[in-house]
Design a protein around this ligand. Sequence first.
Ligand code: FES
Ligand SMILES: [Fe+2]
Length: 352
Amino acid sequence: MEELIHEKIELAKTLPSKYYLDEEIFRDIKNKISLMWHFSAHENQLSQNNIVPIKHSTKLMNEPIILTRDEVIKSLSNVCTHRGMIINTESTKSNVLKCKYHGRTYDLKGCMKNMPKFDNVVDFPDESDNLKCFSTIRWKGLLFTSLRKTSTPRWIEFLEDRMGWLNIESFVHDIEYYKSYKINANWALYVDNYLEGFHIPYVHSDLNEVLSYDDYETEIFEDGVLQIGIAKENEDSFDLPEISKDYGKKIAAYYFWIFPGLMLNFYPWGLSVNIVVPTSVDKTEIIYQRYIADPSLIGEGAGGDLDKVEREDQEIVEAVQIGISSSSYDRGRYSPTMERGVHHFHRILTNI
Ligand code: FES
Ligand SMILES: [Fe+2]
């Protein structure tokens, strides 16, 4: 059977517009992606507190999740097993999780410890009274959670191979910085736009001043895409060690995208984590959090005015949402040199 998105980019047509417009397709995709690996936090967020609710997990995975730090970090359900109250809404330092509704308590492993007025309840407590525990993996201080019991994703190897030299574990969470942008477009349009540097000279005049357009690189890996922005003369770049694969290059930014909507953008100042949350078929929320390596470099180079770049992208993506709704548009073609990342994304999306 011929695939919807042809393997050969030179022959392929882009994603049909129904993928951005159809409610049923949206719901089906959203259900499937809710079960995948999602970024939850940097372990630095658990250095002061040992109970940290993950704000975006309900929107992304349809599951309120809380991270707890005991001997190890766990991803637990944040839903009380009594009558379903959300247990913690704020980060805190405590050895017990206590439900505000009727006072049930749990330890940091999620085991129910105490419940008032339950003395004569038969077969209580049993396993189902403990909090559910989900799969967690850690890569260089970054924590990922999956609702399914599933093996370590292959993209971790790619990240390690490329960024293993960087001391991401020591990055510090910027508590003050949590941005949420709401846009009137389908989430996949936002991802499409992220996955090509093709539009930079047309859309981002300031960014174009610091990046060398002709040297922009795109690499494909399993369930992800890496784009590398090369700095122009005199612009900020990484001081790469010899063990880095890119040693000798003047790199301004590493842009990693991991299916479905995780963006790990590394700049000389640190890491910007952007999470794309599909809200409805034509509404998306983008959450920005950041982790600092060197505060003196914030505001410089390709990772400088991220707010402006974000606004420029949103304007385009919202206009495209209107464009693809028109009866005169269904599918386009790809640039084999500039749109390999978009092509890869569309192939993953149509095969999940
Ligand atoms: S819902 Fe949590 S103790 Fe009742
Ligand atoms: Fe952009």
